[in-house]
Write a protein that binds this ligand. Structure first.
Ligand code: CP
Ligand code: NVA
Length: 304
């Protein structure tokens, strides 16, 4: 596969490159010893403008398992764009580190880091995208289904960063994806257009709906928080708008859905009931586990 430069959205991949990356992630998961020195001598900055459990730990532990070294930077290290400009922050980091992983409020911060730091930049979640999550999710689906092109994935909830990355990943993988959102919470129109354009190459289909019945017979139903980090909306209004879209056991049964997926953290009894989250149908811990393997495949691709 061609050398990866940055991972900012997922749109950097061709369908073939994306399939290669998922195949590499599976190999890294199955034969970790083969990759234990893949990042020997490399140092990677992990910048977090927002809280994280899975992303922080999976990058830190994953880099260690590849023989590399990570440097965690929270907001005590001088918030980017406040103590100094984003470009100055990135250029300084690039003096010592080999790549920058960043969780940021604004996608523009990642674009600026990528444009100015002269080092690979990986999006660890922004307002627009969560590509590392979608990679882990598609790895989980790869493990459960032999052919992604036959999978119907329904996303229910806010048309947010997680939804955007899943749409691009589904389009690259030839998946049939139905995005079901309440009125006014659609995914961004430009991301829908981009996903539909990619879908033309792979036979994927990306459709939008407000009707939960559009998830009928789906292989997996995916949801996320109704209110993302940094969203300023009124939580009571949000709960009222989204409560008809809660994923619960009667709904799973009515729709005949096989698997449940969530990027976590979950808000139990809000977007999903504990009964579904903790059920046999739930893939959430497989998704969480796969964060590390998928990200390690990305890191290996950056330096191979
Ligand atoms: N799914 C995910 O990104 O989790 P964290 O916010 O805990 O990193
Ligand atoms: N959409 C959520 C995902 C958290 C992993 C958020 O941005 O807060």
């Amino acid at each position: 596969m061609n050398k990866l430069q940055h991972l900012l959205s997922l749109a950097e991949f061709t369908p073939a490159q994306f399939a290669d990356l998922l195949a590499l992630a599976l190999k890294v998961k199955q034969q970790p010893a083969n990759y234990s020195q893949a990042l020997a001598g490399k140092s990677i900055a992990l910048i977090f403008e927002k809280p994280s459990l899975r992303t922080r730990v999976s990058f830190d532990v994953g880099i260690n398992k590849l023989g590399g070294h990570s440097v965690y930077l929270d907001q005590q290290n001088g918030a980017m764009g406040k103590r100094e400009t984003v470009a100055d922050f990135g250029r300084n980091l690039a003096c010592w580190t080999d790549a920058i992983v960043a969780r940021v409020f604004s996608q523009a911060t990642l674009d600026e880091l990528a444009a100015t730091s002269n080092k690979p930049v990986i999006n660890a979640l922004s307002d627009r995208f969560h590509p590392c999550q979608a990679l882990a999710d598609l790895l989980a689906l790869t493990e459960r289904f032999t052919d992604l092109k036959k999978v119907h994935l329904a996303y229910v909830g806010d048309g947010n960063n997680v939804c955007h990355s899943l749409m691009l990943g589904a389009a690259l993988s030839g998946i049939k994806m139905t995005v079901i959102t309440p009125e006014g919470f659609l995914p961004a129109a430009d991301v829908v257009t981009q996903a539909k354009q990619i879908a033309l190459q792979t036979g994927a289909s990306i459709s939008l709906s407000q009707d939960l019945n559009s998830a009928n017979g789906a292989d997996a139903i995916y949801t996320d928080t109704w209110l993302s980090m940094g969203d300023k909306a009124n939580p009571e209004l949000i709960a009222k708008t989204f409560s008809p879209y809660q994923i619960n056991q009667p709904l799973m049964q009515q729709l005949g859905v096989t698997y449940f997926m969530h990027c976590l953290p979950a808000h139990r009894e809000h977007e999903v009931t504990s009964e579904v989250l903790d059920s046999q149908a739930s893939l959430v811990l497989l998704q969480a586990e796969n964060r590390m393997h998928a990200q390690n495949a990305v890191l290996i691709s950056l330096f191979s």
